[in-house]
Design a protein around this ligand. Structure first.
Ligand SMILES: [Zn+2]
Length: 469
C-alpha cells in the first residue's frame, strides 16, 4: 500500500473530531484516509511534521481577493499563511474569478458581490426588485450572495433591510459591514444592522471594527456588541486580531470616498480631506498597501505618497485603529453554554497584508485566552460551517485533505495542503489552480471561466441554520 501523502509525527489538534495527540495522517485521492499513532505504509510524498502542529486547513471567513483589494497577491499570501479556503468579502466577482484563474495556487475561494451605489445598484435607495435582480445575477455568476458595504458606501436604512430580505428570499449569503446613511461604521451602526436583519440570516463582518471607542469607551461598545449577538442568534459573525484595518485611499472631489477612511483620518488628528490624507501618509499614520515582489506590504512616507499619486489615489490603505482589549475580548467571549459568541476569527486580509490567523491566534493561545482546540474551532471548523463546507474543518477519516502543518515556535505555516495537493511547503509556494466555492446556480459560469466549481448547498451553512432556530 502506498498513500499519496503521509504527514508523520505531528501533534494533531482537531476540534470537531476531539483529537489532540501525536498522529500520522495519510491522504489518498484528496481525502484523509487514516489517522493513527504510527502508520508504517509508504507514500509518494512524506512531510516530516515532528515538533509541529497538524490542524485542519485554515478557513478565513473574511478576506479580499478582488481587483481593487490586492487580488493578484492574495492567493499566494493566503496559502503562505496556512489558509486553504476563504471568503472574498466584496468582489467584484468577475475580477475575483479572473484573478483566481491567473494567480491561483490551489486555494478554495468563495466570493460575494458588493452592493454599492453607482457601481452595482443605481442609487443608495434601490427598490426590492432591483436588489433581487442583483442577487439573482451574482448567484448565476458564481457568487454566494452579496456584501453590504454600509460602513464605506452606505444605503438608506430601508434599502439595507430590503437587501437583507431579498437575499434571504433567494437563499443567498449576505454579509454586512454595518453602517447606513443614518449610522456609521461603529457600535450604533452595528446595533442598527442587528435590528435590520429582522431574524434573517446575516454574516455581520468584523465585529471588532465597531468597538474602536468612537462612540463610547471601547469596552462598553464591546460588551454592547456581545449582548446584541447573544440576543440575536440569527447573526453569524467573525472578528479579526490585527491592529490594522484596511480601507480605500481613493479621493473623490477632494475628499476620501470612503466614510471609514474619513473617520480614520480624524482619529489620527488629520483633516478629513485630500490634504489630510497626504499628510497622514507622510506622517506614517496611513500605511499604503504597496506591492513588493509577490507580497503586498505596507509603506509610508514620501515613497508611499508618490505611489498613491501615481495610482491616481486608487490604492488600499491601513490604519492601526483597532485597540487590543476589544480584539482579545471578542475573540474569546463565550455564552453560558460554552459556545463562542463570535463564531470565527478572520483576518480581513488576503490582499491586505494582515493574514495573521496563526501568529495572532497562537499568541492568544500562549496567553491562555483560547485552548488549541478552541483556536482550531475558530479558524477552521466554525468558518467552514459558515460557508457550508461540510467536508472541511476536521481531519476525521473521509474528510477533504485540507491540512495546515504549523511551526509552533515561529507561529507560522510550515505546509499548506489543499485537497491532498501540497500548495505551500517550507517557504515555497507550489500550488496551482484552485476551486471556486459556489452554489449550483453559479457552477456553469465558474466552469465557463475556466475554473473548477466546489458546489455547496447553503442550506448546510450555519448562517442559514442559525436563522431558522
Ligand atoms: Zn473586509
Amino acid at each position: 500500500m502506498q498513500y499519496d501523502l503521509l504527514i508523520k509525527g505531528g501533534y494533531v489538534v482537531d476540534y470537531a473530531a476531539k483529537l489532540e495527540d501525536y498522529f500520522d495522517v495519510a491522504v489518498q485521492d484528496g481525502t484523509v484516509v487514516l489517522v493513527e499513532p504510527a502508520i508504517s505504509a509508504g507514500a509518494k510524498q512524506v512531510i516530516n511534521a515532528e515538533g509541529k502542529l497538524v490542524v485542519p486547513g485554515l478557513v478565513d471567513s473574511h478576506v479580499h481577493a478582488s481587483s481593487w483589494l490586492g487580488g493578484s497577491y492574495a492567493h499566494a499570501m493566503l496559502v503562505r499563511a496556512g489558509v486553504t479556503s476563504a471568503l472574498d468579502m466584496s468582489g467584484p466577482g468577475e475580477t475575483v474569478l479572473a484573478l483566481a484563474r491567473e494567480h491561483g495556487v490551489g486555494l478554495n475561494l468563495a466570493t460575494i458581490e458588493y452592493v454599492r451605489p453607482g457601481h452595482t445598484v443605481s442609487s443608495d435607495d434601490p427598490a426590492a426588485a432591483e436588489l433581487k435582480d442583483l442577487v439573482a445575477k451574482v448567484q448565476r455568476q458564481g457568487s454566494l450572495g452579496i456584501k453590504l458595504l454600509g460602513g464605506h458606501y452606505p444605503l438608506t436604512v430601508a434599502a439595507t433591510a430590503r437587501a437583507i430580505k431579498a437575499a434571504a428570499q433567494l437563499g443567498a449569503y449576505t454579509a454586512f459591514h454595518a453602517g447606513s446613511v443614518e449610522h456609521g461604521s461603529n457600535i450604533e451602526g452595528m446595533l442598527e444592522a442587528v435590528g435590520l436583519a429582522d431574524g434573517n440570516p446575516l454574516h455581520l463582518a468584523h465585529i471588532n471594527a465597531y468597538c474602536r471607542g468612537t462612540v463610547r469607551p471601547e469596552m462598553e461598545e464591546t460588551e454592547l456588541a456581545l449582548q446584541a449577538l447573544c440576543a440575536n442568534p440569527n447573526i453569524s459573525c467573525e472578528s479579526y486580531l490585527s491592529p490594522l484595518n484596511g480601507t480605500s485611499a481613493e479621493i473623490v472631489d477632494g475628499l476620501p470616498g470612503s466614510m471609514v477612511t474619513r473617520r480614520c483620518l480624524k482619529t489620527g488628528g488629520f483633516s478629513e480631506d485630500e490634504a489630510g490624507m497626504e499628510e497622514a501618509i507622510l506622517a506614517g499614520w496611513a500605511q499604503v498597501n504597496y506591492p513588493q515582489g509577490k507580497e503586498m506590504t505596507l509603506l509610508t512616507g514620501e515613497a508611499a505618497r508618490a505611489y498613491w499619486r501615481q495610482q491616481q489615489t486608487l490604492v488600499s490603505v491601513s490604519f492601526a485603529v483597532n485597540p487590543v482589549t476589544p480584539r482579545v475580548r471578542l475573540a474569546t467571549a463565550k455564552r453560558s453554554d460554552g459556545s463562542f459568541v463570535v463564531d470565527a476569527v478572520s483576518t480581513d486580509g488576503g490582499g491586505i497584508p494582515r493574514n495573521v490567523l496563526l501568529p495572532a491566534g497562537l499568541a492568544l493561545v500562549d496567553l491562555g485566552g483560547l485552548s488549541l482546540p478552541e483556536l482550531v474551532a475558530k479558524i477552521s471548523y466554525n468558518p467552514a460551517q459558515m460557508l457550508g463546507l461540510v467536508n472541511k474543518g476536521s481531519l476525521a477519516v473521509g474528510r477533504d485533505a485540507d491540512i495546515t502543518v504549523v511551526d509552533r515556535e515561529q507561529r507560522a505555516a510550515f505546509a499548506t495542503i489543499i485537497g491532498g495537493q501540497v500548495c505551500y511547503l517550507d517557504g515555497q509556494v507550489l500550488g496551482r489552480g484552485g476551486k471556486i466555492i459556489t452554489t449550483a446556480a453559479g457552477a456553469d459560469n465558474v466552469r465557463q471561466q475556466g475554473l473548477e466549481p466546489l458546489v455547496v448547498d447553503l442550506a448546510d451553512s450555519i448562517l442559514m441554520q442559525k436563522a431558522q432556530k
